[in-house]
Write a new protein. Structure first.
Length: 62
């Protein structure tokens, strides 16, 4: 995940979007950034309700 964010920082720098680049670099310098990102993603996935599929259930065996 850290490598992906570093790549995004490079992309923002090449697009001259310096505030976004600086924000990502500051975030990456935080030693607990990866831990906080994973916690955020886990929390978000637990809070969102899974959509229930409606309709016919097809038996693939018969």
């Amino acid at each position: 995940m850290k490598r992906m964010l570093e790549d995004y920082a490079c992309i923002f720098h090449s697009l001259n979007e310096l505030p976004y680049c600086k924000g990502l670099i500051d975030y990456l310098n935080d030693p607990e950034a990866g831990y906080n990102a994973v916690l955020h993603l886990l929390r978000k996935s637990l809070e969102t309700e899974k959509k229930k599929e409606q309709g016919l259930i097809v038996n693939p065996y018969g």
